[in-house]
Design a protein around this ligand. Structure first.
Ligand code: ARG
Length: 569
C-alpha cells in the first residue's frame, strides 16, 4: 500500500534536504477540499532555509517529482504547497489493495517486535468497577491493533491479588466471617467486610496492626492466611470472568502481584548492592530527589512486607527475561502517574539493558467520576461493571422491542448493541479526559455512538442483499467512482492502515473510533446522495462493491476496538 503522506514527505525531502520524518509531521489535510487533499505549510522552514515561505513553496513545486505517488497536480499558494490526489489512480490503488489482502489494512510493520500490554488488573475481593472498564477496554483495543500490525503482543492481567488489603480481609473474616455468606455472593459480601474492617481500623490502632501482620504472615506462607487468600481469589476470579465474558476480553497471562512474591528477594539484593537503598523510619526506601521526583519510592515497609512498587519491579525483571519486550505499556488511570515514575526510575538500577528501561511506558487515562464525585470501594459508592453491562443490554433490548419487534436473535443483537455502546463510548474520547458517568450518555444509541456504527454496517449489508451479490474486484470500473461522495469514502478507506499506525504511535484508540464515525458519516452521505441500485449496471456494481468494502472496514475497525457487529438490527 502506498503511504501518500510518507511519499510526499520523501519527495519534498529530496528537494529541500530536511529529515523526511519531520517533514511528514508538517503535512496537513485542508478543511476545504478546494485547497487540495494535502497541504504542506512552508512557514516553519523559512528561518532555517533563509527564504520566504512562498519562495520555498515555489521551489518545491518546481523540482518535486510526483510520478507514482497518486498525485495529479501541485500548487504553491500563500506559503503553502497544495497537493491534489489523482482520483482515478487512488481508486484503482484502493481496489487493488482490497483484492490483494485477505484482511484489509493488516500489516507486518511490527514483525519481530514484542509488545507487553499490562491492562485491566482489577483488585481481588473488590468489585470490578467502572474505573477498571477503561483499562480493560483501552488496553484490549491496543492489544488488538498492535497485533493486527504484526507485532507479537502479550496481554497481561496484573491482578491486584496481594497487599495489605488482604491482611484486612483476613482479619475481617476472622472476626465476623460467619455473618457473611461469601460463597453465595463473594464480592458483595467481601466488600461489606472490607468496608467494616476499614472502619474498625480507623477506630482501633490494634486492629490495623493485626491486619498488617496478617499480610506479613501471608507473605511468609502462613497456612491459615494462605488458605483464606486462595479462597478469596478463586471466588473473585469467578465473578470477574463474568465481566470478561460479556466484554470478550482475553489475556495471555494472569500473573498478578502475588506471582512475584518469591521474585522480590532478588530485586532487594540488586538494590542493596547499588547502595541507594536507605532506611527511613524503619522502612527501606530509595530517594529520587536527584532524579526530579520528590517522593521517595518505598521498597519495603517498616514491618518487612513488600510494596506495590517492589512487586512491579520484580515484574519488570521477570518480563525482560520471559518476553524480551521492546515496549511494555501499563494502562491505569492518571492517579498512578507518580507510582510509575518512581518504579521506572528505580528500574534503571536493576542493571537491565537500556532497551528495556526505555521501553517502559505508563499510558494514563482519565477517571470515571460520578456526578457526586470520585468513586471509592471503601466508601461503597461505586457503579459495578457487571450491573452496568447488564443494564446496557436490557436497555438495548427495550429499544429493539420498540423499533423492530420481529427481529431474529433479539437477545444476541441486544448483547452486541448494549455492550458495543458501552465500549465505544469509552473509546470515543481522547483517553486522558475525565468522564462523568451518566447512564443516558453511555447508553445513547444515537449520534456518534457504537450503535450508530453498527447501524451503518447493517445498512451496507442490506444494500448487498438487495443487489443480490457482489461482482469481482477486477470487473469494477474505477471511473464510476469519481463523484465527490464516493471519493470521500475512498480517501478514508485508503487511510485505514495509516490510522492504525497513528493509534500505536500515540497509544490512542480514540483515533480509530473517530475514524469509524467519519467513515460511517461519509457512507451515509454517499447513500443519501447516490442511487446504489440503478439501471447502469457498471455503476451499480461499482457502488455495491464500495458499499461492501465500507461494511468490511467498519466491521474490522470495530472488532479491533472490541465492538461486535450484528447482521441485522
Ligand atoms: N491493580 C491496580 C489497580 O487497580 C492496577 C495494576 C496496574 N499494573 C501494574 N503493573 N501496576 O489500581
Amino acid at each position: 500500500m502506498i503511504n501518500v503522506k510518507q511519499k510526499i514527505a520523501n519527495e519534498i525531502a529530496k528537494v529541500i534536504h530536511i529529515n523526511e520524518k519531520e517533514l511528514e509531521t508538517y503535512i496537513e489535510i485542508p478543511k476545504d477540499i478546494k485547497n487540495g487533499d494535502y497541504a504542506f505549510p512552508c512557514f516553519r522552514l523559512a528561518k532555517e532555509l533563509k527564504k520566504s515561505p512562498q519562495q520555498i513553496a515555489n521551489e518545491i513545486k518546481e523540482k518535486m517529482q510526483i510520478d507514482g505517488i497518486i498525485l495529479e497536480k501541485i500548487e504553491a499558494l500563500g506559503g503553502y504547497l497544495n497537493l491534489y490526489i489523482n482520483k482515478q489512480m487512488l481508486t484503482q490503488e484502493l481496489l487493488k489493495e482490497i483484492a490483494k489482502e485477505e484482511e484489509y489494512g493488516k500489516s507486518k510493520i511490527g514483525e519481530g517486535k514484542n509488545i507487553i500490554i499490562d491492562y485491566s488488573a482489577p483488585n481481588i475481593a473488590k468489585p470490578f468497577h467502572i474505573g477498571h472498564l477503561r483499562s480493560t477496554v483501552i488496553g484490549g483495543a491496543l492489544y488488538n491493533i498492535y497485533k493486527y500490525l504484526g507485532y507479537h503482543t502479550i496481554g497481561i492481567n496484573h491482578l491486584g491479588d496481594y497487599g495489605t488489603q488482604f491482611g484486612k480481609l483476613i482479619e475481617g473474616y476472622k472476626l465476623w466471617g460467619e455473618e457473611y455468606d461469601i460463597e453465595e455472593n463473594p464480592i458483595n459480601e467481601l466488600t461489606k467486610i472490607y468496608i467494616r474492617i476499614n472502619q474498625a481500623c480507623k477506630e482501633d490502632e490494634n486492629i490495623l496492626n493485626a491486619c498488617r501482620d496478617n499480610f506479613k504472615k501471608l507473605e511468609e506462607g502462613d497456612a491459615y492466611c494462605t488458605q483464606l487468600w486462595e479462597k478469596f481469589k478463586t471466588l473473585s476470579l469467578k465473578e470477574f470472568q463474568k465481566v470478561y465474558d460479556l466484554l470478550g476480553s482475553k489475556f495471555d497471562s494472569w500473573n498478578g502481584e502475588a506471582f512475584y512474591s518469591d521474585k522480590m528477594p532478588e530485586v532487594m539484593k540488586i538494590l542493596e548492592k547499588t547502595g541507594r537503598l536507605v532506611k527511613s523510619q524503619g522502612a527501606k526506601i530509595i530517594d529520587l530527589e536527584e532524579q526530579g521526583i520528590n517522593t521517595p519510592c518505598i521498597i519495603e515497609k517498616s514491618n518487612g512486607s513488600s510494596t506495590y512498587a517492589t512487586r512491579d519491579l520484580a515484574a519488570i525483571l521477570y518480563r525482560t527475561r520471559t518476553y524480551d519486550f521492546d515496549k511494555a505499556l501499563y494502562l491505569t488511570s492518571y492517579e498512578q502517574v507518580l507510582h510509575f515514575k518512581q518504579v521506572f526510575e528505580v528500574a534503571k538500577l536493576l542493571g537491565l539493558d537500556e532497551k528495556y528501561t526505555k521501553g517502559l511506558h505508563h499510558i494514563p487515562f482519565g477517571m470515571v467520576l460520578l456526578p457526586t464525585g470520585k468513586m471509592s470501594t471503601r466508601e461503597g459508592n461505586i457503579v459495578k461493571l457487571e450491573e452496568l453491562l447488564r443494564e446496557a443490554i436490557q436497555r438495548a433490548e427495550k429499544v429493539i422491542e420498540k423499533k423492530n419487534p420481529d427481529l431474529e436473535n433479539k437477545k444476541e443483537v441486544a448483547r452486541k448493541v448494549g455492550i458495543g455502546a458501552v465500549i465505544f463510548n469509552d473509546l470515543a474520547n481522547s483517553r486522558v479526559k475525565d468522564e462523568v458517568f451518566e447512564w443516558n450518555q453511555i447508553l445513547n444509541f444515537q449520534g456518534e455512538t457504537g450503535p450508530y456504527i453498527q447501524y451503518t454496517y447493517v445498512r451496507t449489508k442490506s444494500v448487498l442483499e438487495k443487489a443480490g451479490g457482489l461482482s469481482k474486484v477486477e470487473e469494477i470500473k474505477p471511473e464510476k467512482l469519481l463523484d465527490e461522495y464516493s471519493q470521500a469514502i475512498i480517501k478514508l478507506m485508503y487511510s485505514f492502515e495509516d490510522i492504525l499506525v497513528q493509534v500505536t504511535d500515540k497509544e490512542e484508540p480514540s483515533i480509530l473510533a473517530r475514524y469509524l464515525i467519519d467513515l460511517a458519516k461519509a457512507f451515509s452521505s454517499f447513500y443519501n446522495e447516490n442511487k446504489i441500485i440503478t439501471e447502469d449496471k457498471e455503476l451499480q456494481d461499482a457502488r455495491v462493491y464500495l458499499t461492501a468494502s465500507v461494511g468490511e472496514v467498519l466491521r474490522k475497525g470495530a472488532s479491533l476496538l472490541g465492538v461486535e457487529m450484528p447482521d441485522k438490527m
